[in-house]
Design a protein around this ligand. Structure first.
Ligand SMILES: Cc1cc2nc3c(=O)[nH]c(=O)nc-3n(C[C@H](O)[C@H](O)[C@H](O)COP(=O)(O)O)c2cc1C
Length: 130
C-alpha cells in the first residue's frame, strides 16, 4: 500500500517522495506531507507509532499545517489509521486528508488504485499550495 501511495505521489514528477520504514521525530519537521501506513494490532496502532507521536509531542516538534493521511491493512476492526488521523488533526493541527484506506489483510487492485490516487491527490494539493 505504501509503495502504491508513493508511486501515485511521484507520478506528478514535481514532488520529492521518501518511503521510510522508520523515521525519528525530529526528521518529521522536514516534510510537507506525512502519509502513515499502519496495521491494526489489538484494536490499536503498533507501539512504534505511539512512541513516535509521543516523541514529537515531548520534543515540541511542530507539525502544524503539514498535510497528513493514514492507511493500512487490518483483519476485523481496523482502528489504527483512524486513531492516527485523529492525533494528526487534534494534537498536531495538521491538515488531514480524511479518506481512510483500509485493506482487509491484503490490498486488491482497486485498493492499490485508491492508494495511488491518495498519493496523487496529496502531491497535487502540495503543488497548488506552493
Ligand atoms: C496479534 C494480532 C493482533 C491483531 N489485532 C487486530 C485487531 O485488533 N484488529 C484488526 O482489525 N486486525 C487485527 N490483526 C490483523 C492485522 O491487522 C492484519 O493481519 C494486518 O494485515 C497486519 O499487517 P502487517 O502484516 O503489515 O503487520 C491482528 C493480527 C495479529 C497477528
Amino acid at each position: 500500500m505504501a509503495n502504491a501511495v508513493a508511486e501515485g505521489a511521484q507520478s506528478s514528477g514535481k514532488v520529492e517522495v521518501e518511503l521510510n520504514y522508520y523515521v525519528d521525530a525530529e526528521s518529521l519537521s522536514s516534510y510537507d506531507a506525512i502519509l502513515v501506513g499502519a496495521p491494526t494490532y489489538n484494536h490499536d496502532m503498533p507501539v512504534d507509532f505511539k512512541n513516535l507521536f509521543e516523541d514529537v509531542a515531548v520534543q515540541g516538534i511542530s507539525l502544524k499545517g503539514k498535510t497528513g493521511a493514514a492507511f493500512g491493512s487490518y483483519g476485523w476492526s481496523g482502528e489504527a489509521p483512524k486513531l492516527i488521523l485523529e492525533i494528526m488533526k487534534n494534537k498536531f493541527e495538521m491538515q488531514v486528508v480524511e479518506s481512510l484506506l483500509l485493506a482487509k489483510y491484503t490490498p486488491d487492485q482497486s485498493m492499490l488504485n485508491g492508494c495511488r490516487d491518495l498519493g496523487k491527490r496529496v502531491s497535487e494539493s502540495l503543488m497548488n499550495r506552493a
